[in-house]
Design a binder for this molecule. Sequence first.
Ligand code: HEM
Length: 375
Amino acid sequence: LRANDPIFAMSQEPNHTTWVITKHEHVKEMLKSKSFIKDQRKLFSNNQSHEKQDNGEINIFQNMMLDVDPPDHTRLRKLVQPYFNPKTIKELKPRIIEIADELLDQASEKQGPVDLIDEFAFPLPIIVISELLGIPSEDRNKFRKWSNTIVAASDEFEPDFMEDVQAFTNYLTDLFERRRKSPENDFISSLLQAEEDGEQLNRDELYSMVVLLIIAGHETTVNLIANTMYALFEHPDQLEKLKTDTKLTATAIEEGLRYYSPVDFTTARWSEDDMEFHGKTIKRGDLVLASLASANRDEEKFEAPDTFDITRKPNPHVAFGYGIHFCLGAPLARLEGEIALRKLMERFPNISMVENQTSSPWRPVFLLRGLEGLK
Ligand code: HEM
């Protein structure tokens, strides 16, 4: 596609075309919204405003930071940015190391091969994001199913989807109520304060923000850790290299992000006007997706793009997106990924993969690249 039809019309609906952008250069150009401003409007908008309805009920997906444009986006991002900037995140390092060690202690006590995802790659980011948000530890396991159903749903009217969304909403209503009565020094309490002040955050934005962070914390970093380990098992020379020099964990994580990008596509962008984009006519109302996974294997940008090289430098991948919606959690994901890899190498120098999957090991989810399991 990159060579023959880099801006590809994936499907034609009665009222719009869905385009997929596959080249690194084009992906960056489209996501860098400054290139596409007209009459102070973003031409590739994240906001499908005509589909939004307000029937008075709580909507945990309405006005998610990812789905809105400036100035709403700027206001919402500013509110949460201080919790996720690199300096604040660095302070979490000792605690993340402690959690990683505890999980690996528990895994070591098990007999026989363990699933790296169940025992380590999944619980690590969940515990970290839950502690950061202020979610009680006894409630953490509830989110796995809700979060999985929401990202896997191909149809939002599937019975499981509606049921899990309702359970998620009820849980948050209850948690917010408890925190309102007795605030704590945590992220949720400070968001509730912002909601009460009224100007920075409305009710649906509050729910959507917490849901977005919980889902992002559940569905992405687990894949970064597991996919990078899987790539290392597939490339034993790179695994050996990392074992003998754990200083390479930072570049290994960047290469894991590039090679098996945990997020395949950005969320939807909607064209606000007819426009020419590198030879294609994109019409007003068309849906445009950027394939980050394809951009990260672009031969015009990366030398030997299909080679997994944990020393690759520079590594200008777009696994965390680009532009104003660049991943808020990138510093956290990178830190967790590096700690996870280093701990696995230090504590299990003979680590290996026992199960050689014959069929596809990947979960059948459109937007994300993650393994079913990793033993
Ligand atoms: C946005 C990837 C981890 C929170 C994004 C986007 C990508 C991405 C590609 C942009 C999507 C778009 O433009 O449509 C990843 C990857 C991760 C990761 C690969 C792990 C390896 C996290 C974590 C958090 C997080 C741990 C938070 C706890 C967010 C938020 C946004 C976002 C809030 C929306 C930012 C905005 O709209 O301004 N992420 N993410 N992500 N991510 Fe992540």
